[in-house]
Design a protein around this ligand. Structure first.
Ligand code: ZN
Length: 317
């Protein structure tokens, strides 16, 4: 006889929405209302919360969280929530104000707690010198890289924090959250193995790519890829002519094989950089958001797999 969880798992494999699978299950009467700030985090929360939670996401698929402008409806979502999950590390610069404005009593859980923040060591000449931390943070591009989810090892930390946050808010669900998290963490272990295998298959001297903003630093650090970007770790400041010129010189000097578009960024900048350098456009990487239902990256795991396919196709030969 199949348990409810294995039925749900089977439904997910078959592409049936969890909502359908829940309708014939004995779900608790009142689900825990939770909010996740953006789509990738929302997918982690859904995997851990399962059918005990009712989740809403603020910044949806293919949307840019850095420059998001909250609406009155977002304040309503927060006001109704018991737990609010955020990335932190400066990713959602608008969140503190929104939490205050909403008057919510929800617990705010920072999903990156415990992750070692990556500082943008990058190729900005200003950042090359050792400087006191305060000064670095004041840099226009923002020195702390918020895109920690791009390392699968970090994703596991997000999941553990989400599990603990849900248990604190809904202790009766402890066993469910613990089991859901364990099952999902096992999938992330398998994903980690896939990433290592895919990157190992890319020749050493091809492991260099360009994206429009510096969103893959944790990925590069974890898996040994060199990533360059004309924009900083946020999309808030546009690349200057100087930034673009520097990238084009780097592509030529370092024989970078491919530049990549991002699902949250205007493709024109990268098209132009590709045209003015020897690099080809290697496809689209999902950086800061999942794809919509028509795209290949509706979950975090599918997003990483889709990025691996694009990287492998562009860099393998
Ligand atoms: Zn970003």
């Amino acid at each position: 006889m199949l348990s409810r969880r294995s039925l749900l798992a089977a439904a997910l494999v078959l592409g049936v929405t969890p909502a359908l699978a829940q309708s014939d299950a004995a779900a608790p009467a009142a689900k825990l209302p939770v909010v996740a700030s953006f789509s990738i985090l929302g997918d982690f929360v859904k995997n851990v919360g399962g059918d005990r939670i009712a989740m809403t996401t603020i910044v949806g698929p293919n949307s840019d969280t850095h420059v998001y402008q909250p609406t009155p409806n977002d304040a309503k979502k927060l006001a109704a929530a018991k737990v609010v999950f955020v990335n932190g590390l400066g990713f959602e610069g608008w969140m503190d104000r929104l939490v205050k404005a909403s008057g919510t009593k929800a617990t705010v859980v920072v999903a990156t707690t415990g992750i070692k923040p990556r500082e943008r060591t990058a190729d900005e000449p200003q950042d090359d010198d050792e400087k006191p931390k305060g000064k670095k943070e004041a840099h226009a591009h923002g020195a702390i890289d918020p895109h920690a989810w791009q390392s699968v090892a970090n994703a596991k930390v997000y999941v553990a924090n989400i599990r603990d946050g849900l248990i604190a808010a809904d202790p009766a669900g402890k066993d469910v959250y613990t089991a859901n998290a364990a099952a999902y963490l096992a999938k992330l272990d398998a994903l980690q193995a896939d990433v290592l295998k895919a990157v190992a298959a890319i020749p050493d001297d091809h492991r260099r790519i360009i994206t429009s903003h510096d969103a893959f630093g944790y990925f590069g650090d974890a898996y040994g890829l060199k990533l360059l970007a004309p924009e900083g770790v946020s999309t808030e400041s546009e690349a200057s002519a100087k930034d673009v010129g520097r990238i084009i010189r780097q592509i030529k000097a370092q024989k970078v094989p491919a530049v990549f578009l991002e699902n949250v960024s205007d493709p024109r900048l990268m098209d132009r950089i590709a045209k003015e350098s020897s690099a080809k456009v290697g496809g689209t990487l999902y950086s800061d958001a999942l794809s919509d239902d028509k795209g290949p990256a509706t979950t975090y795991i599918d997003m990483v797999q889709s990025n691996l396919r694009a990287l492998s196709a562009a860099l393998s030969s």
